[in-house]
Design a protein around this ligand. Structure first.
Ligand SMILES: Nc1ncnc2c1ncn2[C@@H]1O[C@H](COP(=O)(O)OP(=O)(O)OP(=O)(O)O)[C@@H](O)[C@H]1O
Length: 253
């Protein structure tokens, strides 16, 4: 797995300052994500994880600095279609349209971005539903799905254009521990089997330990990155705030 080096770089930010109403939440954040990595973005509530993600997927413009995706400076060139087709996003609330069946929800990006005939769309939708273990639920409405199934459905839709890069915002929010572990294993399978690079915003310690190749820890005290490294490195980090974050689980038990 590539850990460094510009050749394998999928995502990079340079001195990214981002916030709301001109007020910065994160200041001069520089990070990179390489092909094939699962990078978790973590930190306590309100440190700016979702804000960073919004900026990386084009929902929030930076105050200063740049975002590069697949080598393209999207801050200058915009999130052009070629870039948007290479990235899938799993939103916290799954983002499914309530009035559409699961099949139609997953088919939506294909109908929007391709001129494929119906049988191709059908094959691709069922392939993705199979990938996430929902092939028997194509005709269900989102309201008829459990929380875990909704996440899987959101994943199927995020993956339907076969993007090499997937962003997930709190993919385990609201799930019980067993379902959460199943979603984590699904993400790991997608990464290992299909090579999908992932940026996952989460503060769930068990998930961070399960899926991270590398972690980026944000903190309000620095309005940016407090530490980066593997879980093992961050557990032994010199900064006590970082160590305390990873000690939470041990203190609870
Ligand atoms: N739309 C908004 N307008 C103004 N301020 C916002 C907005 N969204 C978030 N904020 C503020 O930006 C800061 C960072 O919020 P953000 O949601 O990015 O944190 P987070 O780390 O994702 O938190 P959590 O883990 O609770 O989701 C917080 O102080 C929050 O109140």
């Amino acid at each position: 797995m590539l850990l460094d080096g510009k050749d394998g770089e999928v995502l990079r930010t340079e001195n990214l300052t981002v916030g709301y109403g001109g007020e910065p939440t994160l200041v001069r954040v520089s990070l990179s994500v390489d092909k094939g990595e699962i990078v978790t973005v973590l930190g306590t509530s309100g440190c700016g994880k979702s804000t960073l993600l919004k900026c990386l997927v084009g929902l929030l413009s930076p105050i200063e600095g740049s975002v590069f995706l697949f080598g393209k400076n999207v801050t200058i060139e915009g999130f052009t279609l070629d870039v948007r087709l290479k990235m899938g996003v799993l939103f916290q609330a799954s983002g499914l349209i309530g009035s559409l069946s699961l099949y139609e929800n997953v088919a939506l990006p294909l109908r929007e971005h391709t001129a494929w005939p119906e049988d191709w769309i059908n094959d691709m939708v069922y392939e993705k539903l199979r990938t996430v273990g929902l092939e028997g639920y194509a005709n269900y409405l989102p309201s008829e799905l459990s929380g875990g199934m909704k996440k899987r459905a959101g994943l199927a839709r995020a993956l339907v254009m076969d993007p090499p890069l997937l962003f997930c915002d709190e993919p385990l929010a609201g799930l019980d521990p067993i379902t959460a572990s199943e979603i984590d294993h699904l993400l790991l399978d997608l990464n290992r089997n299909l090579g999908i690079t992932m940026v996952v915003v989460t503060h769930e310690l068990s998930s961070i330990e399960r899926i991270s190749d590398r972690c980026i820890m944000l903190d309000r005290s620095v309005r940016g990155i407090l530490a980066t490294g593997t879980v093992e490195e961050l557990k032994e980090h010199e900064n006590p705030i970082v160590r305390a974050f990873f000690a939470r689980g041990r203190l609870k038990t």
